[in-house]
Write a protein that binds this ligand. Sequence first.
Ligand code: 8OZ
Length: 383
Amino acid sequence: MTDPISSDLLFAPTRIGALDLPSRIVMAPLTRSRAAEGNVPAPLAIDYYRQRASAALIITEATQISQQGQGYAWTPGIHTQAQIEGWAKVADAVHQEGGRIAMQLWHVGRVSHTVFQPGGARPVAPTAMPVPAKAFIPGENGQGIYADIPDPQELTIAGIQMIVADYVQAARNAITAGLDAVEIHAANGYLLDQFLNSGSNWRTDRYGGSVENRARLLLEVVDAVSAAIGSQRVGLRLSPMGKSFGMDEADPEALFHHVIAELNKRELAYLHLVEPTVKGREIATEIDPRAQALMRDIRASFSGPIILAGGYTRWNAEQALADGRGDLIAFGRPFIANPDLPERLRLDAPLNQGDPASFFGGDARGYTDYPTLAELAERELTA
Ligand code: 8OZ
């Protein structure tokens, strides 16, 4: 093994799909629950993303493709004119700073609540079964609260087709707003993951049962979105062996063998993997050998670039690149607290620590007020 910290693999330029990137340091999608009325990105979001434009690629917070796709308080959408206009300001700001930004397209499926659903309907799912999780809904006095998830309703074929159309429209809207690419969120127990997983998908039609059938919706979405905006502007996020919101796949090897073989025919811009060490908000220190083997297989068989996400530090990011486990590294929490993260990693400078109390919801505090190294130095001079 090479000595990773003496190498600078994180700073090698690369190309993924249609995008030329100056480094391998990706800003991970981060839900911040600060959207304004109408689930429009708030003016503060313009500053927040502008401040982080030195990332090789910003992946936006998960953004619902439709009202039905929302499952959390104050998350932004990309299905109304006002939302498109809000995102256009964000994309402009990032581009003015020389950055690139992809929108993460999100449908939560069953991880929702009647408060978000059109007409107060029950959330939609591949299969109507109780969901072992809570939804984060707006409470009184502006605080989010956790609420039991009402039993979902099973999607009809017509309902599934509408969702594919919603993905396409959302992708077009993102491009209209000036974003550079989209990332289809098929990880972490949300709709597309619910279809992939045998534990949450008990359908007996062409969308359930065999691995081919469970992967069908994902691939239909990938194909329809690619046809609309070009596969070179489409990325995909998966969380193999993830356990979020009741996900539990009995045969992940067979599932991902099929998914990767199909993806290889489609020439996406990238595959973004949430590593199996990610357990909700914690990172496991013990590595499950089966999960490790699966990740190795995916890496060996996928024909395009891979972004890895999973609690990376500068040191183990360099190590992952040196070992060839991925091509780019997504940093989440470090980007919350360090708008100038690439510069800090380059200098091996200390990092600001993020405050979990302000991760979800609130105002500028813990959002746009984390200082850069230059701002810290200035404060010291004037103190
Ligand atoms: C944290 C809080 C809310 C949503 C995910 C979109 O896990 C999320 C999310 C994360 O993919």
